[in-house]
Design a protein around this ligand. Structure first.
Ligand SMILES: Cc1cc2nc3c(=O)[nH]c(=O)nc-3n(C[C@H](O)[C@H](O)[C@H](O)COP(=O)(O)OP(=O)(O)OC[C@H]3O[C@@H](n4cnc5c(N)ncnc54)[C@H](O)[C@@H]3O)c2cc1C
Length: 500
């Protein structure tokens, strides 16, 4: 027998958890008339949210204003952002910060007791709310503490959504693989929120966590939802240069505090590329680093934080300081940090409207999975946590609207099988041909090879979670490359040497 809920939310990052908390504030929920289920494929704090460092952008300080935040967002996004969305999100931001504070998240204050707002790349004013360099962890923990107190909510971790059908009455039949018991179950829901995060794992080097295998993109695509601008991938200029796929992020805030990029000769180079130097938008800084690396023998450049006062490093950047010490044995107060651009954020995704609704009735996409129009061709730093919580709130009226009575159709739990695929082959193709600098030949070549991998691989005769995730990776990679080939000009993070 299938379980059934009015609303199912897939994902336990800021997008999924804040959607649940906003739902819990509705009269329907308070009257016990709304059943909600939240599913996560790992433990609840295995999310990218938990690793966000720099913070969340919202106007607060005297001297700053909405127009400046709006202008900065457009500037970063190469002016293809959606006007109404940028305005709506930026103007909602102070209220959303209030919600986070009400839910128990703490943000750093200065010695006058005022919020200590930071300035990051692309921002014309200090408007980044942070908790040391572990803002995401602070938010994740605050949200989690609240959801555990909620009645009428079913929370299921270690449960991976592997297939979704839409029934003729528009309800969703969601197939779940439960990792602990290695069993399959079915859930029926009237409305479905995909809050499954990004696609970082399709690249060789990323700041994203292992969960970021593009599952939501694959599942939404299977349902026929529109997906747009998937090739607008933001590379973070300063991933720590180290072994392995997941690269520790050296936050933009360190550059905001005065850290300088230097080439292998120790020369500062950003002034050659942009007058905003280290605080130019990320795409500009990333391409500058790629250019410098091409001119030198070392495969990385340095970030020099040695001139930042020790007490600032200790109080604002404790986790970066510790990670550099633990991973590479360097003291950031004395040594240069080796850094390289790495995949970081997906600006495009499942196309949604101002309420987070996709092009499929009853299906919502919120958080990094979504393409809302806020970011345009490049996300302004710290606008993504903001976007996730903003659309969680905006979605509520539509989510609780028209929740028709359950009419069950016969459903069956079929165990889907997936092909065995070579993940590292897919990742190295994407890294090489769909990285910071692309070309038509490279993209065509990658598409051919990805199609070969898809067509020449055999179905595994038993279900295996890795096969499912690799299928998501492959399908998301194909969509990404096709989208890259459809671009007609360079803008924001998108750069193809064959276009202008
Ligand atoms: C290192 C790092 C630093 C960052 N710093 C900042 C910052 O300072 N400011 C900022 O604004 N942004 C930052 N970002 C980006 C921001 O953290 C993310 O965009 C945001 O947290 C995404 O939230 P989300 O809720 O959409 O997804 P996530 O937080 O990634 O959560 C995804 C959830 O979906 C679940 N899931 C996925 N697939 C399935 C499936 N098939 N079945 C069931 N569950 C599934 C996962 O288990 C997880 O619970 C950073 C990102 C990284 C990686």
């Amino acid at each position: 027998m299938s379980k059934s809920f009015d609303i199912v939310i897939v994902g336990s990052g800021i997008a999924g958890l804040s959607t649940l908390l906003y739902l819990s504030e509705t009269d329907l929920f308070k009257q016990g008339k709304l059943s909600v289920c939240l599913i996560a494929k790992g433990s609840l704090n295995e999310t990218n949210t938990n690793w966000a460092q720099g913070g969340i952008a919202a106007v607060n300080a005297i001297g700053d204003n909405f127009d400046k935040h709006i202008k900065d967002t457009f500037n970063a996004g190469a002016y293809i952002n959606k006007n109404a969305i940028v305005e709506k999100v930026v103007k909602a931001a102070p209220g959303l910060m209030n919600d986070l504070i009400q839910w128990g998240a703490h943000f750093d204050k200065n010695n006058k007791g005022q919020y200590d707002l930071a300035k990051e790349g692309g921002h014309s004013d200090a408007r980044i709310w942070h908790k040391e360099d572990q803002t995401g962890k602070e938010i994740q923990e605050a949200l989690l503490q609240n959801i555990f107190l909620l009645p009428n909510v079913h929370i299921q971790e270690q449960a991976c959504v592997i297939n979704i059908n839409q029934l003729s009455n528009h309800f969703f039949e969601i197939h779940v693989f439960e990792k602990n018991t290695q069993t399959f179950s079915n859930i029926i829901s009237k409305k479905l929120v995909l809050a499954t995060g990004g696609v970082g794992m399709i690249y060789d080097k990323t700041t994203n966590q292992q969960i970021a295998t593009g599952d939501g993109i694959y599942l939404a695509n299977q349902l026929g939802a529109n997906i747009e601008n998937l090739s607008f991938i933001q590379f973070h200029p300063t991933g720590l240069y180290e072994k392995g796929q997941t690269s520790f992020l050296i936050s933009e805030a360190l550059r905001g505090a005065g850290a300088v990029l230097r080439n292998e000769q120790g020369e500062p180079f950003m002034i050659k590329y942009d007058e905003r130097k280290e605080l130019a938008p990320r795409d500009i800084v990333s391409r500058a680093i790629v250019s410098e690396i091409a001119l030198q023998s070392k495969p990385y450049v340095y970030l020099d934080a040695t001139q930042i006062e020790t007490h600032i490093l200790d109080t604002h950047f404790p986790s970066i300081k510790m990670a550099c010490k633990d991973r590479l044995g360097i003291d950031i107060g004395k040594d240069f940090i080796p850094v390289v651009p790495v995949q970081h954020y997906s600006c495009g995704g499942v196309k949604v409207n101002e309420y987070g609704e996709t092009t499929i009735a009853g299906l919502f996409a919120i958080g990094e999975i979504a393409s809302t129009g806020l970011h345009g061709a490049n996300r302004l730093a710290s606008n993504s946590l903001l976007e996730a919580i903003a659309f969680a709130k905006f979605s509520i009226p539509k989510l609780i609207d028209q929740l028709n009575p359950f009419i069950f159709e016969a459903t069956n739990v079929e165990i889907p099988l997936f092909k065995s695929l070579d993940r590292s082959h897919i990742q190295s193709l994407l890294q090489k041909q769909a990285g910071i600098v692309k070309s038509n030949d490279g993209l065509e070549n990658a598409l051919n090879q990805l199609n070969k991998i898809k067509n020449n691989s055999e179905f595994n005769n038993v279900f295996n979670l890795i096969d499912f995730e690799n299928t998501c990776l492959l399908e998301a990679a194909i969509l990404l490359i096709k989208n890259a080939l459809s671009q007609t000009s360079n803008k924001g993070v998108f750069y193809n040497i064959d276009l202008v």
